[in-house]
Design a binder for this molecule. Structure first.
Ligand SMILES: Nc1ncnc2c1ncn2[C@@H]1O[C@H](COP(=O)(O)OP(=O)(O)OP(=O)(O)O)[C@@H](O)[C@H]1O
Length: 550
């Protein structure tokens, strides 16, 4: 303990809960669920110091190490001006001020260390979706006391188990508008730089599949020491990270990922993060409800965690692709195939190809087979129109043991959403029912509809989202499923293509593709939206303290 009289550690003190005595800014400690607090081992008790704000107003800080919260209280005799922060909202403390542009910190070229001031760098929910950083300067009475608090908090933060310690960041310099490197430098890196104990390595990808191969071929000791993989690019780059990590994990665990009947794949020990710097950024927009770069960076730095469903795609007994987003066939597959020829146009190529594909109006005939999730309470036999004749499955005398239901029809769309699939074109999400890790796939089957109906259909998805569309349009048949397959009729010249997480997957002409859900298979640096409310505004109009009312 330093020789300061102002600071005292009360480790043997009886358990005291810090509870705001009046309705003031910040959450009452008792209302914060235990599950949302950082896990932390080690010392308990309270650490207390009397400090000043930069305007020389007297305050007291209490670091309650039993509950992992900080209380900042203005000592004006009224005892009603106080704020409580959780430890997991504290990114770091520094002895120098930071330049912060609209809540995004900048790495200082020459940090100017102050004498007695400790800067608390808190992350906070600025509005419904976005997270930002703010800095609260607190002036101690002595430098040694400040240093003691700094080192104690720094050590504590390094021991918080859910914060990443060692991550690799893959940047696709050509993703989206080619600004991925700048996005990382300007909006992301400072959050990682500020996080105590976080080592990060940045890799620029040099070709397609570079990131995937790197992960699969990484030396075992480097792989085991990692706790996060971050992509700075689009959904395609993220899919490379996902595929690399899943292949490697199943390989190491001796699981056969090729077999669509393998029920339990092993969850990779690493978490995934995405900084959306591609054209669509659908996965990150779905998980965080925004593709804001700083928000993604905050979630990685503070070690947020949520589990996400994954779908594997098999041909015969071979794994061919992995998806954590949406898999679509028919009109959407053809738009992507067409857009590949117009890459030079940038993101606007999708609108151009949508127009061209609408004029062409592709329809594919085939058979969809599926098994329902236990969460589905609708019987497809009551809803689906009869199969087109001749139907190979209806003709089988013993029926089909692999899947419970089937439908042979002409399709304008076959869409499977693993997660709600928020994109710039579907801001309310494409899926009617599914969640991020709810253990179901939404399988939407749209039979042959007219060109005009299809345009209305796509317009309504964009305006209202899949959930509303399900209620508005009776041509949409949607079921919550756990596995399904599709086989096109072999007499068609063009069997169509799939749009799998924004990448093309060819549909084999004479063979079915099988799709299998793996509930909550991966962990993502993302926070349950319900868990954290935006910081409450103070009811006090007159700001009496720059610490309490920051
Ligand atoms: N250095 C590179 N050169 C060429 N291709 C790359 C490189 N790095 C990654 N890729 C590949 O480019 C594809 C698209 O990348 P990414 O998803 O990051 O960007 P994007 O702009 O979102 O692309 P799109 O939306 O068109 O899929 C990915 O499938 C990835 O495999």
């Amino acid at each position: 303990m330093p020789n300061s009289k102002k600071s005292k550690q009360v480790s043997n003190q009886q358990h005291v809960t810090i509870v705001p005595v009046e309705p003031v800014k910040g959450d009452n400690v008792d209302t914060v669920a235990y599950s949302s607090r950082s896990r932390i081992s080690g010392e308990s008790g309270h650490l207390i110091a009397d400090v000043q704000s930069p305007h020389a107003k007297k305050h007291r800080i209490i670091f309650d190490r039993d509950h992992n919260v900080f209380e900042f209280r203005l000592l004006d005799g009224s005892s009603k001006h106080l704020i409580v922060y959780r430890l997991d909202e504290l990114l770091s403390t520094t002895c120098f001020p930071l330049k912060i542009n609209s809540g995004v910190p900048v790495i200082p070229t020459k940090p100017v260390t102050s004498d007695k001031t400790l800067y608390f760098n808190f992350v906070y929910k600025k509005d419904k979706q976005k997270w930002r950083l703010k800095q609260i300067p607190v002036v101690f009475y002595t430098t040694s006391e400040r240093d003691y608090w700094h080192s104690l908090i720094d050590t504590t933060l390094r021991r918080v188990k859910n914060r990443p310690k060692n991550i690799i960041i893959f940047i696709n310099p050509f993703g989206g508008k080619g600004k991925a490197q700048k996005i990382f430098k300007d909006n992301v890196e400072a959050f990682f730089w500020l996080t105590p104990g976080l080592r990060y390595k940045v890799m620029l990808t040099e070709r397609a599949n570079h990131a995937r191969d790197f992960i699969v071929e990484m030396p075992p000791e480097q792989w085991c020491a990692l706790d996060g993989l971050v992509s700075v690019g689009g959904d395609g780059l993220f899919n490379e990270l996902l595929s690399g990590a899943l292949l490697r994990t199943q390989n190491d665990a001796g699981r056969n990922i090729d077999d669509p009947n393998t029920s339990h794949l092993v969850t990779p020990h690493i978490r995934f993060g995405i900084i959306g710097a591609g054209s669509a950024n659908s996965i990150v927009s779905t998980v965080h409800e925004t593709n804001d770069h700083a928000t993604s960076a905050v979630h990685i730095a503070i070690g947020s965690e949520c589990n996400v469903d994954v779908c594997t795609v098999h041909q015969h007994q071979k794994l061919i692709r992995i998806s954590a987003n949406a898999i679509s066939y028919g009109w959407l597959g053809d738009v992507l195939r067409d857009s590949e020829e117009y890459r030079c146009l940038g993101p606007v190529r999708y609108q151009w190809s949508a127009l061209r594909t609408t004029i062409r109006h592709p329809i594919y005939r085939g058979i969809v087979q599926f098994s329902l999730s236990h969460k589905e309470n609708v019987n497809p036999k009551d809803q689906l129109p009869p199969c087109l004749d001749p139907c190979p499955v209806c003709q089988k005398p013993q029926g089909n043991e692999k899947y419970d239901y089937h439908w042979h029809a002409e399709f304008t769309h076959v869409i499977c959403c693993v997660i709600p699939t928020v994109t710039p074109f579907t801001p309310h999400g494409l899926a009617p029912f599914t969640g991020i890790g709810d253990g179901t796939l939404d399988l939407a089957l749209v039979p042959r509809i007219s060109r005009c109906h299809n345009m209305q259909f796509m317009r309504k998805v964009a305006m209202y989202g899949g959930k509303q569309l399900y209620e508005l349009d009776s041509s949409l048949n949607c079921y919550r499923v756990t596995k399904w397959s599709y086989q096109p009729d072999s007499d068609q010249d063009d069997p169509g293509v799939w749009n799998l997480d924004g990448e093309i997957l060819e549909q084999p002409k004479d063979e079915p593709l099988h799709f299998k859900l793996h509930p909550q298979l991966i962990s993502f640096f993302g926070r349950d939206a319900a868990m954290v409310k935006p910081t409450k505004r103070s009811f006090i109009k007159k700001r009496k303290s720059s610490i309490v009312y920051q």
